[in-house]
Design a protein around this ligand. Structure first.
Ligand SMILES: [Zn+2]
Ligand SMILES: [Zn+2]
Length: 241
């Protein structure tokens, strides 16, 4: 009974039909996608070969036990990046829904929490959500990265710092025509550290919704490193293949 009331209350916040197949979403826990779509979404299990640094998918099978690298991320400034799974189906729907409503369903929350728990990032002591520009934050009313950061902060009793890392210039939304290098140039100098003392010698976990080329994460990490951050880790809900 209580669960029913809770579900109907939540249905105000979460979409009632699956954003992928339009079937009904039977449990509020599943959020923007139905159970079936969650089951067919590729969540990383450890059975894949991922780049040890940026988690690029090198093979969907487990190959050599040694660490493997994609080398496209060699000059990225973060130490390592991890994601729940591929940016497709239920994870893509969750990311898109989170851009319109400040809501993460229980299924996505549990997967995000588990991904952090299994990551080599457990020594991080503070979470920095990747900031939006002031303009975009005003338009949207919230920062989706902060919603995800709050999930981990609550579960692992970590501090969130929403102020120290700031986006100083408004970068246009990624256009399809923009290649990776153009995107990198646009974001390279977009971030600044407003309170360097809160960064120095710290192990920082950057949180964002989706990892695309890694340019944004790397630009944030670069700004943090310049101020003496000891480690910069990156956690996202999804990762583009
Ligand atoms: Zn579905
Ligand atoms: Zn890589």
């Amino acid at each position: 009974m209580l669960q029913k009331i809770y579900d109907s209350l939540l249905s105000l916040a979460y979409p009632q039909s699956c954003q992928i197949c339009r079937d009904s979403v039977e449990s509020s826990a599943d959020g923007a996608a139905c159970r079936q779509c969650w089951l067919s979404t590729r969540v990383f299990t450890g059975g894949e070969t991922l780049c040890a640094k940026c988690s690029a998918v090198l093979s969907l099978e487990k190959s050599a036990p040694d660490q493997t690298f994609c080398h496209r991320c060699d000059d990225h400034f973060y130490d390592a990046a991890r994601a729940v799974g591929l940016y497709e189906k239920a994870l893509a729907a969750s990311v898109l829904f989170l851009k319109t409503e400040p809501f993460v369903g229980r299924t996505a929350r549990a997967l995000f929490t588990a991904a952090f728990e299994n990551s080599p990032f457990r020594d991080a002591t503070v979470i920095f959500p990747v900031p939006l520009s002031k303009k975009r934050a005003r338009e949207r009313g919230f920062n989706q990265a902060e919603i995800l950061a709050a999930v981990l902060a609550k579960e692992f009793a970590l501090e969130i710092d929403r102020q120290t890392l700031a986006r100083k210039i408004h970068t246009p939304l990624h256009r399809a025509a923009m290649d990776a290098r153009a995107r990198e140039l646009t974001v390279e100098n977009a971030f600044e550290v407003t309170r360097p003392k809160l960064v120095e010698n710290r192990k920082i976990l950057l949180v964002d919704d989706v990892f695309t080329s890694g340019a944004t994460a790397s630009a944030c990490a670069r700004a943090l490193r310049r101020q003496g951050a000891e480690r910069v880790y990156v956690m996202t809900l999804a990762r583009v293949l």
